[in-house]
Design a protein around this ligand. Sequence first.
Ligand code: OGA
Ligand code: MN
Length: 283
Amino acid sequence: MQIEKLTDVVGARITGLDLSQELDSETHAKLHQAWLDHQVLVIPEQDFTQEEQIRFARSWGEFPKRERYEKRAEKDTADKSIMLVSNIRENGKLIGSLPDGEMMFHTDGAYDEHPYNYTMLFALELPSTGGNTLFANMYAAYEALPDELKSKLANCTAHHGYYSGTVQRDQPVGHFNGEFSHPVFIEHNETGRTALFISRLLTLRINELSQEESDEILAFLFDHTEKREFIYEHEWSLGDLVMWDNRCLNHARTDFPREERRLLRRNVIQGVRPERGRVDVAA
Ligand code: OGA
Ligand code: MN
């Protein structure tokens, strides 16, 4: 197994693995450490059946117990643990979720008491251009904040909410999926590191501030976290498995031609309620 950094700040490319085969425990542990070190892993040239993907995904934890609110769009052939991210329509009906267009930065499940630890996507069909997925390192975004703002927000919580299927905050679609407040700075429960936990798509307000100040600071934080210096942009190839850690990354999607097919097979792994992260500022 080889590990190669994708940028200075986030992401690694892993080669030398065949994920359709069960990994021995030593390789699994190495992959886990690489995941904690680099936050998002790109594992190209995989050939996965649905069952093999599920076995691999399950090796990282439990699938969410929470039923998805809406009746699933997915075809009956898709396992219950699978979400298809796709714009493909069969007989005028979508076969998956999050079909079209650009998607704002977010983290999966932040609107729930127990956000997802991990998400993985496997690329089955891709448009000729666009539909890239961007990943922003939220440890680095936290660390780069001015001390004054770290202190100000150290004990604050932010409220998150989501309408299922929404890709742009001001254009809600689907049912209301849920809402929950978490600390603005959370502690990653495996690394102990502090990460900023807000996003343009999901975060509605900072509870302890006035509406006006909340709006102002959130606008600043959204722009801050989306600076190129914190980001890896993934241009997909068929057979890529991309797996990321929602506790310390935000992700987004670029636009792509509506008339071209895009299909990715997705699993998520249940997480725990995030604790408040430690804030260190110079005295
Ligand atoms: C997701 C997601 C982005 C993409 O599946 O949670 O945000 O590139 N997908 O489709
Ligand atoms: Mn997502």
